[in-house]
Design a protein around this ligand. Structure first.
Ligand SMILES: [Zn+2]
Length: 125
């Protein structure tokens, strides 16, 4: 279970969106299988969101271990078809998790990297 300081408000309108370790998050409820997942609340904007929001695990129907296993294959450079065969998962499902992980990676990239050489030059000030 990750510390709350590793999370940030998911409400893009919130002044504390994307800021970690501000002490603005609290746990309101536990939900999911065996009530193992936390519902977080931002004290700044009062919004609530799952601790899994924005990750490939949010809304996943497969168990966490299978999703992590699929993405571990992909991270090692194993192709979609081979990953599907090795993890006994439908190819479309593998593709769906690759896209979800890619979306999360893009957001992380945008947060951590000040400038990418692939940015559109017209948006640079
Ligand atoms: Zn907020």
């Amino acid at each position: 279970m990750e510390e709350l300081g590793q999370f940030c408000c998911q409400n893009a309108e919130c002044p504390d969106a994307g800021k970690r370790g501000c002490g603005n998050l609290t746990v309101t409820t536990w939900y999911g299988p065996n009530k193992s997942r936390r519902m977080l609340r931002c004290l700044t904007c009062k919004s609530r969101f799952s601790e899994r929001k924005g990750t490939p695990l949010f809304g996943a129907r497969l168990p966490d271990e299978r999703v992590v296993g699929i993405l571990a294959h992909v991270a090692e450079g194993v192709g979609t078809r081979k990953t599907a065969r090795l993890t006994k998962t439908h190819q479309d499902t593998v593709t769906r998790y690759i896209r979800l992980a890619g979306d999360q990676a893009q957001k992380l990239h945008d947060e951590l990297v000040a400038f990418s050489p692939y940015n559109d030059r017209s948006s640079v000030r």
